[in-house]
Design a protein around this ligand. Structure first.
Ligand code: 9MR
Length: 369
């Protein structure tokens, strides 16, 4: 028996016993395996564009998205003060590596500077009760939004074609199913319309403009999003497609519900993208932590489900034009601290950057262990 297994090693020692991360050169490339279907992408932070992580990305993906550094507060933390350095690093790495970039996200209720929503006197616009001042506030906020969108799209329009214009605007629990964000409370749905029109004007006809959200498989949320988009399209708002975040788990939602949603939006003539794919290894209410030893049956379940999912994606390539993971390997995922802190493993590569059963399930199931 391996001496390490004989003693009940503390967690950190078990970690130390794991092999050093490395990039496997003798396995197929994920993106090449999907070349006849759609591009494959990954979300990254700028620090992941060097070293081993960069090598892993270059081998397996041809699309990048910024996990955080292109969000409103990262790009324009204070009015008129634009910070391009981190975003530029990702664009530069992508160009040098022959990858495309997609932009996430021009407008969001989270990770956005509070300055957007303060009136000329520094007072929160949402607190205003005077009707005349509310009208002035709305105008000011839409002007700020317009400037934010045009400045960014103008800068990157030659490098970036695919844009998340607005993110997470639907919330079935809020009145009318529209997320009761400051954007919505101050402008109604005008912020959505203004954002898309500004992005089209600054980006030109070739820019691909998406409305992005999570839980789009849920019929209630999906249908509210559908109504909104349908109405906007009828008013000439330039929306090209729906971004389905697809943060899912090994137990749900069903693959059929994910595909049904894409089909519904394609009936409006819209494109679909999977924009933030990951697959938690826990049930939502499960508060266990597998630690370093994820049970083999859990990894098998994950592989089976990834296989089913990608089979369905391939079969629907006519209505799905790209699949982007919200990361690349299990050493870096937002899920390790959400909804609780625990070991997560949502991707095709493990913490040592090695191909998991899920990788083989989507690339070559005959090689499944
Ligand atoms: O992965 C992102 C994480 O690092 C940030 O802390 C978090 C802040 O809200 O945002 C995460 O990315 C989110 C994305 O921008 C929108 N959809 C949900 C993603 C996961 O929360």
């Amino acid at each position: 028996m391996d001496p390490i297994e004989q003693t009940a090693a503390p967690e950190e020692e078990k970690e130390r016993a794991l092999p050093e991360p490395s990039v496997q050169t003798d396995i197929p490339s994920l993106m090449e395996s999907y070349a006849d279907y759609f591009p494959i992408g990954a979300a990254v932070e700028p620090f992941q564009t060097t070293g081993l992580k960069a090598e892993l990305l270059k081998k397996h993906v041809n699309w990048l998205v910024a996990e955080n550094v292109m969000k409103p507060d990262a790009i324009q933390p204070a009015e008129g003060s634009f910070n391009w350095e981190n975003a530029d690093r990702i664009v530069k790495f992508a160009k040098e590596s022959g990858m495309e970039v997609r932009f996430h996200a021009l407008i969001w209720h989270s990770q956005v500077g509070a300055w957007f929503f303060k009136d000329a006197d520094g007072k929160p616009m949402v607190d205003e009760t005077d009707p005349g001042k509310r009208v002035a506030n709305k105008k000011l906020l839409l002007e700020r939004l317009d400037t934010h969108v045009r400045t960014i799209v103008g800068r990157y329009k030659d490098d970036i074609q695919s844009w998340d214009v607005v993110n997470e605007v639907i919330e079935p629990g809020d009145p009318g199913g529209m997320r009761a964000s400051d954007w919505y409370k101050i402008t109604g749905t005008d912020y959505i319309e203004t954002a898309f029109r500004a992005a089209r004007e600054a980006g030109g006809p070739d820019a691909k403009l998406y409305i992005n959200d999570y839980g789009t498989d849920n019929p209630v949320k999906r249908d509210r999003l559908y109504e909104l988009v349908k109405e906007m399209l009828a008013n000439g708002v330039p929306i090209d497609g729906v971004g389905h975040q697809t943060h899912i788990g090994i137990l749900g939602p069903t693959v059929d519900s994910i595909i049904d949603s894409m089909q519904k939006f394609s009936e409006l003539g819209l494109d679909n993208l999977v924009t933030e794919l990951d697959m938690s290894i826990y049930a939502w209410n499960d508060r266990r932590d597998f630690g370093a030893d994820i049970p083999a049956d859990v990894l098998k379940k994950q592989a089976d489900r990834y296989r089913e999912l990608f089979e369905a994606f391939k079969a629907n390539k006519d209505i799905l034009s790209g699949v982007v993971f919200w990361g690349i390997a299990d050493d870096h995922t937002w899920l390790s601290s959400f909804p609780v802190k625990r070991t997560e493993a949502p991707f095709l590569f493990d913490k040592q950057l090695q191909a998991k059963p899920a990788f083989w399930a989507v690339v070559d199931p005959s090689k499944l262990p």
